[in-house]
Design a protein. Structure first.
Length: 450
């Protein structure tokens, strides 16, 4: 009896392999078609976003941020370019001074503290070497316009590298003027000190024409220094009646919406260039592969569209939009890059509102000082002041600013982004404003003067 042996086939037949191959080819083809459609949709979405930006009349690249040229004699930016070499010389000497024992004691003073005679003499000795620079600063501040002289033909990374040193110049100017204000106040030339502060306030406003949120933040920080100098001068004693009026006019011009919105629009243009450079130009022939990454770059641009309509609302109105569950809370529905951008944008909103708060605080403080000079007594409160209600409103709460009179003078402040009155805690930046200065006799003298 014969036994039949069956052969067990391990490998698939040629027909099966052929069928598998056809199936895989069809699947791969479908995937390629779907991938191509998604890549095309991503590209179309990006181009549509850019077209919408331009349709609004806004810039959509670094090159489009370039301002129209104006004559150098009317351009504050051109004046600052000319004074930069001398400003750098001053900045180096300024830095060296703070490494000395005398400079260290000056650096240890709190905001509003009055330098002693030796510290004033140290500042004066350096400033007197740069009277030509002070004249150039005044000429720059007198310019009616500002057209950035940055190189707008650069790519994103190189543009940022070139901008940072340029933006720091206004900060160095503010440092120099801060010294001069202290020297003038020590000489009892308070009205002249106020005029020097006006120069910085004008330059800070003009320099807001430089693109980017970074530029805006530097301008607000410089304006904060100038406002502290203004408080320093006014708290030292009375000024001429017309000086109080000029202070109010100057601050009223600054207490206007639109600054942060303008900064966001220029930042969006920078973001478009960054997206093109990092996700498009670096991979020109791989769009069908890298479209998932490119989608992340579109998210922040679309986030700006949501932010711009509320950019200049008070923080009391928009705070809830950044709270969990709010319109701008992370995670957004616009991808990881938009999620990462959200905290920085909220910080920008806080800075913009702090800027407005500090301007209004100074308007109140100036009005309080003016009231005392006119009436021979202190005001009873905000109700005695000839200021409109909006000028005394805290943007962080929508409520009136806090003004408290003490034996040492007025403390005027905003409660800040946490909405809590910390009693005028300025050193820790819990509240934003000005308090009574430390009397000169309470300041410890420099070691060399002992």
């Amino acid at each position: 009896m014969e036994r039949t042996v069956e052969t067990v086939r391990i490998l698939p037949t040629k027909r099966t392999v052929k069928r598998w191959g056809i199936g895989l080819a069809i699947l791969l083809g479908v995937l390629l078609v779907v991938n191509g459609i998604l890549a095309w949709r991503t590209e179309t979405r990006f181009r549509r976003v850019i077209a919408a930006i331009r349709a609004e009349g806004d810039p959509a690249s670094i090159a489009e941020l370039k301002p129209a040229p104006i004559p150098d004699e009317h351009n504050a930016a051109a004046h600052i370019d000319k004074l930069t070499p001398r400003l750098e010389e001053f900045s180096r000497e300024y830095g060296r001074f703070y490494k000395t024992d005398l400079g260290k004691t000056l650096d240890d003073l709190s905001v509003g503290d009055r330098p002693n005679a030796e510290q004033i003499a140290g500042m004066r000795a350096i400033l007197d070497k740069y009277t030509d620079l002070e004249q150039m600063i005044a000429a720059a501040a007198a310019c009616p316009e500002y057209a950035s002289t940055a190189d707008f033909s650069l790519g994103f990374n190189r543009f940022l590298e070139a901008q940072l040193p340029r933006l720091s110049r206004i900060r160095d100017i503010a440092r120099m003027v801060d010294w001069r204000v202290k020297v003038l106040v020590a000489d009892e030339q308070r009205d002249e000190a106020v005029q020097r502060v006006f120069d910085v306030l004008r330059l800070a406003r003009l320099s807001e024409s430089e693109p980017s949120i970074v530029s805006f933040l530097i301008s607000t920080a410089v304006r904060g220094v100038a406002l502290h100098d203004l408080h320093y001068a006014l708290s030292a004693g009375p000024v001429r009646p017309e000086t109080y009026d000029e202070i109010e006019r100057t601050l009223q011009e600054l207490d206007q919406p639109g600054k942060f919105e303008k900064a966001l629009r220029t930042e969006r243009a920078l973001s478009v260039s960054a997206s093109l450079e990092q996700a498009w130009e670096n991979t020109p022939y791989l769009g069908w592969l890298v479209w998932p990454v490119r989608r992340y770059y579109i998210g922040p641009l679309e986030l700006y569209d949501r932010l711009l309509p509320v950019a200049d609302r008070s923080y009391s109105e928009i705070k809830k939009l950044f709270a969990p569950g709010g319109q701008f809370a992370a995670p957004t529905d616009r991808g990881v890059l938009a999620d990462l951008l959200t905290p920085a944008l909220e910080a920008g909103f806080v800075a913009a509102n702090r800027d407005i708060a500090m301007i209004r605080v100074m308007r109140v403080y100036n009005a309080l000082k003016q009231f005392a000079v006119k009436n021979g007594r202190e005001a009873n409160g905000l109700g005695d002041l000839a200021l409109p209600a909006e000028a005394t409103t805290d943007p962080f709460t929508g409520q009136p600013l806090i003004a408290r009179h003490t034996d040492a003078g007025w403390a005027v402040y905003s409660v800040g982004s946490d909405g809590v009155d910390d009693g005028g805690s300025f050193e820790k930046a819990k509240d934003f404003g000005f308090g009574p200065p430390l009397p000169a006799e309470a300041i410890e003298p420099a070691p060399a003067a002992r």
